[in-house]
Design a protein around this ligand. Structure first.
Ligand SMILES: C[S@@+](CC[C@H](N)C(=O)[O-])C[C@H]1O[C@@H](n2cnc3c(N)ncnc32)[C@H](O)[C@@H]1O
Length: 273
């Protein structure tokens, strides 16, 4: 990334005013408030203490090598949750890390851990599709199962483009298209296609009886969206579970056996023109 691109964000007074929240935000916020109480608040401390790894099967970054050098960069995480990924990037030398999330309970856990670890993350409650921060403020925008899953790609990808400086990068992990095609509305991933790829976009389903809305568009549609939004795709990875992987205690709907045979997630990296 060019050295000249690393400069201070414009003053907050120039930030745009957020628009009304779309219908799925309240549902997803309620689901994440429950997840925070059930699981993430308890597991986050351990994650904060670790180094970068990818997905429920913890594939180490040393093996994947999907991250750019983040030293000196201004970084924004869209849908930061408990902000362990942002913490990892700050520890790797990012200059500024801003975490945006729409669920106060998740941000409360992130704030508590940030105080404990003393990393100085900036944590902001907002919809990642409509962030009240100025244009061209960041060198890297990323999402690990945050906006990349819970936000409408036709809203959050243009928003990421707006927030990035020219030459800045967008990096995100999401489910693979194959995983989505083999995921029933309720229950575990199977070995058969259960939904059409044509027209896939918004999924209104339940997780442990909890209604939630997620988004996924096909690989070719994502590629086209990135191009049209002013990005060039510079890397794309499909991740498998390692040979010795066992089922994740929380993300149990992706069986390790399945993910050893088919890629359960993918990582996209794109550069703003
Ligand atoms: C799987 S967690 C993200 C994990 C994250 N990488 C971390 O380090 O903890 C997903 C997060 O997305 C957030 N989220 C869902 N919809 C959102 C939206 N519209 N805007 C911002 N955050 C959102 C949820 O509140 C939840 O905290």
């Amino acid at each position: 990334m060019p050295e000249k691109a690393i400069k201070k964000a414009k003053p907050a007074k120039k930030a745009k005013q957020p628009a009304a929240l779309p219908d799925y935000i309240a549902r997803n916020r309620a689901a994440w408030t429950k997840s925070n109480a059930r699981y993430t608040a308890g597991s986050a401390r351990e994650s904060w203490g670790q180094d970068v790894h990818w997905g429920p099967f913890h594939v180490p970054e040393a093996e994947v090598q999907a991250l750019p050098d983040v030293r000196g960069l201004d970084v924004i995480e869209l849908g930061c949750g408990t902000a362990y990924f942002g913490a990892w990037l700050k520890k790797r030398g990012a200059r500024r890390v801003v975490g945006v999330d729409v669920t106060p309970a998740q941000l409360a856990t992130a704030r508590k851990l940030d105080k404990e670890f003393g990393l100085g993350l900036e944590l902001l409650e907002a919809n990642a599709e409509d962030v009240p921060l100025p244009d061209a403020s960041f060198d890297l925008a990323f999402s690990e199962y945050g906006a990349s899953l819970w936000c409408d790609p036709y809203r959050w990808i243009p928003e990421a483009a707006r927030l990035l400086r020219p030459g800045g990068e967008l990096l995100f992990m999401r489910n693979s298209t194959l995983q989505m095609l083999c995921s029933p509305d309720d229950g575990s991933l199977g070995e058969h296609l259960v939904r059409p790829q044509k027209g896939m976009h918004r999924f209104d389903w339940t997780d442990e009886g909890e209604p939630e809305t997620v988004f996924h568009i096909s690989g070719s549609e994502m590629f086209q969206l990135l191009l049209k939004t002013g990005f060039d795709v510079v890397d794309f990875r499909e991740l498998f579970a390692p040979d010795d992987a066992v089922n994740h205690p929380y993300y149990e709907w992706v069986p390790a056996k399945w993910a050893k045979l088919w890629p359960s997630e993918e990582i996209w990296r794109a550069r703003k023109r």
